[in-house]
Design a protein around this ligand. Structure first.
Ligand code: PEP
Length: 258
């Protein structure tokens, strides 16, 4: 079993003091887990959250990044600056970025390249909207997002530094979760694409997270699927209890299988 990765995307929530309280609540509940645990606060809380996870098993992620290293780009944050504040990861290509902020496969690809150069790891989000699923286009959309985002990125980088987050847009923040079978079907498809684009070794190494209304109640069935290697969690990551329950369940299954 690949080592599970559970990440909390806090979105536009939690000012500094709230973020610190949340991460400290998580920290005491997940000490001792073997899996990867990541929190993703807003930019302004990264520094304080970093101080509070120093020496713990929690890693830090930003929610987005820009592709330039610096210069006249008002409002943006460079990959090197995320590294500087102590980020291990950044999320790139979240559907909310695609929907509200004109993120495209091309900008996702630029952000990935710049982040790799700065030594950041990446959770790259891909996934179809409801109308695309209903029109039978799920696999086409997923293929387009995956191949576009990873354009000309070397297998070595993908294996070492990129996690794919499959997030069907219709399941994000809606309370509707893809069934474990629905998610597994797409994860399997993504793994097949990774074999086509790269090779078997890359495909078997890369972790594919599922995102979309993951909760303590459904993580066990999701993470038990052969191609689901973790979760990207929105709503349920905003409470220490629910996020930690998700982490601990994934860790238990990992320990049972290794
Ligand atoms: C997300 O924001 O990536 C997400 C999956 O949100 P939620 O868990 O709330 O559906």
């Amino acid at each position: 079993m690949r080592k599970p990765i559970i990440a909390g995307n806090w979105k536009l929530n939690k000012a500094i003091s709230e973020a610190v309280e949340l991460v400290n609540g998580i920290k005491e509940r997940v000490a001792g887990v073997d899996i990867d645990v990541i929190v993703g606060p807003v930019f302004t809380a990264l520094s304080e959250v970093k101080k509070n996870i120093e020496g713990s098993n929690i890693q830090l992620s930003a929610q987005d990044v820009y592709w330039e290293e610096g210069g006249a780009f008002t409002g943006e944050v460079a990959p090197g600056m995320l590294k500087d504040v102590g980020c291990d990861y950044t999320i790139i290509g979240h559907s909310e970025r695609r929907q509200y902020f004109n993120e495209t496969n091309e900008t996702v690809n630029k952000k990935i390249r710049a982040s790799l150069k700065a030594g950041l790891k990446i959770m790259m989000c891909i996934g179809e909207k409801l109308e695309e699923r209903e029109a039978g286009n799920t696999f086409d959309v997923v293929k387009d997002h995956l191949s576009g985002g990873l354009q000309d990125i070397a297998a070595e980088n993908v294996k070492e530094s990129i996690v794919i987050a499959y997030e069907p847009v219709w399941a994000i923040g809606t309370g509707k979760t893809a069934t474990p079978d629905q998610a597994q079907e797409v994860h399997r498809f993504i793994r097949g694409l990774l074999t086509e684009i790269y090779d078997e070794d890359t495909s078997e190494t890369v972790r594919i997270q599922y995102g979309g209304s993951v909760k303590p109640e459904n993580i066990k069935d999701l993470i038990s699927m052969p191609d689901i290697d973790g979760g990207l969690i929105g709503g349920a990551s905003l409470k220490a209890d629910s996020f930690s329950q998700i982490v601990n369940t994934a860790d238990k299954i990992y320990k049972e299988n290794n």
